[in-house]
Design a protein around this ligand. Structure first.
Ligand SMILES: C[S@@+](CC[C@H](N)C(=O)[O-])C[C@H]1O[C@@H](n2cnc3c(N)ncnc32)[C@H](O)[C@@H]1O
Ligand SMILES: [Zn+2]
Ligand SMILES: [Zn+2]
Ligand SMILES: [Zn+2]
Length: 294
């Protein structure tokens, strides 16, 4: 074991780092439990925005709590996500938790992601993907695992950082897209390169066991929460699909004139090989063309 807690006491549970392959240690980064403001992003991005419920004495329940009435109960009594639809590209109901304006106690069942990591995980060195994150306990389907924390950055900053990436640098930049009813796409950019938490070690898989779901607590800016999409065994590596299960197509790809790997090559970037090892592996890591198309 290299380090018995990469979070340096910040998480409720230790996150040990283990390397059974060589002498390498993970490169340094700032450990942050939640997203922090990146360049030119106001610190107030996380200020309370939503009204709170008035559930003083009782625990929040669907037929009395104004939060649950407005947004529907999102979790069952054991904190598992109720509303995730596993059909690819299907509409997923937004998730809102009770927030700092709510009268309910910390034990409210509508407070899950905001409580942070509760599971025993481990950072470990993989053979072909650098570092990875595995679980040291079984995880039930739809359980919240961890939040993808990092710097919240603007689209301009994300484009700048994406341009600078080389084949050798790890890419910790996640773009989450939400489709609103008016056909608007809301994009949230989080980069965990310089600041992040245990989630920054989670590798991509073409057949993942986690899914990223936007969850709102205080702020209009969503938290990028990772939930288990199936039961996960002790010792299994955690993974999610970096593309969010759909790939962003450039104009030429949309016209069917080329594949996304070709668009990447046209931009002078070679796609990175995917070593997820799943039967349906696409062979290359997903790439967000929208960050290079301006
Ligand atoms: C968010 S980081 C994941 C942690 C990273 N493996 C590390 O050592 O810090 C993303 C980077 O990990 C590597 N990676 C993630 N998933 C991979 C995969 N399926 N195959 C190959 N490399 C992968 C790539 O270098 C990618 O840019
Ligand atoms: Zn309530
Ligand atoms: Zn509540
Ligand atoms: Zn793959």
């Amino acid at each position: 074991m290299i380090n018995n807690d990469v979070s340096q006491g910040k998480e409720r549970v230790n996150v040990p780092v283990v390397n059974e392959l060589d002498d390498e240690k993970p490169s340094a980064f700032g450990y942050t439990l939640v997203c922090i403001a990146g360049p030119n992003v106001s610190d107030s991005f996380n200020s309370p925005f939503y009204p709170g419920c008035e559930c003083h004495q009782i625990t929040c329940v669907a037929d009395a709590c104004s939060c649950m009435q407005a947004y529907g109960p999102c979790y069952d009594n054991s904190g598992c996500l109720l509303i995730y639809n596993q059909q690819l590209n299907d509409y997923c109901q937004p998730v809102f938790e009770c927030n700092s304006c709510c009268a309910c106690p910390e034990t409210c069942p509508n407070r899950v992601v905001q409580k942070g990591l509760q599971l025993k995980l481990q950072v470990f060195k993989t053979k072909h993907k650098g570092w990875g994150l595995k679980t040291q306990q079984t995880i039930r389907k739809f359980t919240f695992v961890c939040e993808y924390a990092g710097e919240l950055i603007s689209v301009q900053e994300a484009e700048k950082r994406a341009q600078k990436l080389t084949h050798e640098t790890g890419n910790y930049l996640i773009v989450l897209r939400e489709h609103s009813s008016e056909n608007h796409i809301l994009r949230t950019h989080v980069d965990a390169h310089f600041h992040g938490n245990a989630s920054r070690f989670i590798n991509h898989s073409c057949n993942p066991n986690l899914v990223m779901v936007p969850v709102r607590v205080d702020s209009i800016v969503p938290r990028l929460a990772l939930f288990a999409t199936r039961d996960i065994d002790v010792g299994e590596e955690l993974s999610f699909d970096y593309s969010g299960e759909f790939r962003v197509l450039s104009a030429r790809e949309q016209r069917g004139e080329c594949k996304w790997q070709d668009s990447l090559r046209e931009l002078g970037k070679e796609p990175k090989s995917c070593f997820c090892g799943s039967l349906n592996c696409m062979g290359v890591l997903p790439f967000d063309a929208s960050l290079y198309m301006q």
